[in-house]
Design a protein around this ligand. Structure first.
Ligand SMILES: Cc1cc2nc3c(=O)[nH]c(=O)nc-3n(C[C@H](O)[C@H](O)[C@H](O)COP(=O)(O)OP(=O)(O)OC[C@H]3O[C@@H](n4cnc5c(N)ncnc54)[C@H](O)[C@@H]3O)c2cc1C
Length: 459
């Protein structure tokens, strides 16, 4: 296993990484990368065991519903690089059992890859979302054939791929990129039916990063994003060679969507786990700021906090149901229930904006205009900030400022904007979750209840 320090050293592999128009030679020289890289390193140290042959128990496939539940809780508390690694490995194992009618060499390769990845203790980013060009056209009909990642050359010892995968969480901080088709492919789109694992440092790979990590020397009024930011990568594959043993599908269009469906499932479970915590966090902030403003007993404020608490509780119920109804692969690996996972993820994403609206409504304009902690420390302004931001003897100005800063950082600034879009789009967007929910919902049962109510005979 790797220690945190060994992980940090492993990032020095000549990877081609850009940020704000510059090539970044040393990720640890740049706060927007150093802070999350050290958070990932801390995750390594938390899991580390010096025993020879030890592996990280958090990335081994759960073999019972209880293990699946326990893992979801622990993984949710860890850094995002570990989260996407777990989801990538579980995706491969779930997909292995669903890959029917293809050369079994793929299953052998992907199981060997999972074993090697666990033994080498690497982090793996999920690369599914293509650039996609004109969304109404399929891959092979795009003006630019590279709008979807595809194979441009097949050699005896591997393939060469070209294209880009966008919005890839933690790409610059991982070791491997797990590339897979973003959707089902049709006959004629064989070159686009490619799943493979590519080291980030491979020749031809470039990562252009964005981040909501706060800027400036004093970032104390960004209490959350200054600790938990993670860069998202625009990952380009410019004729990248992938050796055959790292290719898990190449050209079999009927199976192209297997990986995307498996990834969607694990990514959405990760999404709900995060949303459940986030929903409780929003309820807590709403209640604390209502108390700090002296309004906790006012009926319309209580109604909104209650509505937020009901939303948080139903999300938790959806997550619990997804775990309680876990299913097993033929090998005995447990994965969450598709219906509950997708319905809960949809609900969490669709209602997130309304929960934030309630929080802003309750909190007031100081969410945006609270002075900074530095203003509280400046002897010229301290007495004014203390005098006018305090709301009574039991609520200090500093605590109220800290609450406003946390609310702004989480919901109304760069990180807040990131949350708003990410909750909607991650895991394939609302439409993807609606589609999977419809596929797994027992519509016949619903129709039969409705027929019974209406006194109509079954056909
Ligand atoms: C912060 C962040 C992190 C992310 N992390 C990752 C990651 O780690 N790995 C990864 O692979 N992806 C990641 N994603 C990408 C995410 O999965 C996509 O944003 C999502 O799938 C939507 O794709 P898109 O952004 O290309 O939007 P679009 O596909 O352009 O969708 C925009 C809208 O158009 C609709 N639409 C699109 N095509 C059609 C069509 N043909 N017909 C009808 N309607 C259509 C969609 O339903 C949606 O409503 C991340 C996204 C964000 C915001």
């Amino acid at each position: 296993m790797l220690t945190g320090e060994q992980y940090l050293s492993s990032l020095d592999d000549d990877r081609v990484t850009y940020f704000e128009g510059r090539r970044i030679k040393d990720l640890l020289d740049e706060p927007a990368f150093e802070v999350p890289a050290r958070a990932v390193a801390a995750g390594y140290d938390r899991c580390y065991s010096p025993e020879p042959g030890a592996t990280n128990p958090l990335v081994v496939a759960p073999t019972s519903p209880e293990e699946l539940r326990e893992r979801a809780g622990v993984i949710g508390e860890m850094d995002l690089a570990l989260n996407v690694t777990y989801q990538s490995l579980m995706t491969l194992l779930t997909a292995a059992s669903r890959l029917q009618g293809v050369d079994p060499v793929y299953q052998d390769r992907l199981r060997a890859y999972v074993d090697d990845a666990i033994a080498a203790d690497i982090r793996i980013a999920e690369c599914i979302t293509d650039a996609k060009g004109n969304r109404s056209l399929p891959p092979a009909k795009q003006a630019d054939p590279d709008a979807y990642v595809h194979v441009v050359e097949r050699r005896r010892d591997g393939v060469v791929i070209r294209g880009a995968k966008l919005h890839i969480s933690a790409a610059s901080l991982c070791h491997d990129l797990l590339v897979m088709p973003t959707k089902a492919m049709k006959p004629g789109e064989e070159d686009y039916a490619i799943t493979c694992a590519v080291p980030v440092g491979s020749a031809g790979v470039s990562v252009i990063n964005t981040t909501y990590h706060p800027k400036g020397d004093d970032i104390r009024h960004y209490p959350v994003s200054s600790q938990v930011s993670i860069p998202d990568g625009f990952v380009v594959f410019d004729d990248v060679f992938v050796p055959a043993e790292r290719v898990f599908l190449d050209g079999e269009t009927p199976q192209a969507a297997v990986f995307a469906h498996s990834l969607g499932l694990w990514e959405r479970l990760g999404g709900i786990t995060a949303m459940v915590r986030q929903a409780d966090e929003l309820v807590g902030l709403a209640q604390l700021i209502a108390e700090a403003n002296g309004l906790a007993g006012v009926p319309h404020i209580r109604d909104k906090v209650d509505e937020m608490a009901i939303h948080a509780t139903l999300l938790r119920a959806g997550m619990e149901a997804a775990l309680a109804h876990a299913k097993a692969t033929p090998e005995g690996y447990y994965y969450p229930d598709e219906l509950f996972t997708n319905a809960a993820k949809y609900q969490g994403a669709a209602e997130f904006g309304r929960m934030v609206h309630h929080l802003h409504d309750i909190a007031g304009g100081a969410v945006l205009t609270s002075p900074s902690i530095a203003d509280l420390e400046n002897p010229d302004t301290r007495r004014y900030v203390e005098k006018y931001m305090a709301t009574g003897t039991d609520v200090s100005a500093e605590d109220r400022l800290r609450l406003f800063h946390a609310i702004r950082d989480l919901t109304a600034d760069a990180f807040g904007g990131w949350h708003l879009v990410t909750n909607l789009q991650s895991g394939g967007g609302l439409f993807a979750q609606r589609t999977v929910t419809r596929r797994h919902y027992d519509m016949e049962r619903a129709k039969s209840i409705a027929r019974h109510s209406a006194g109509i005979e079954a056909p």
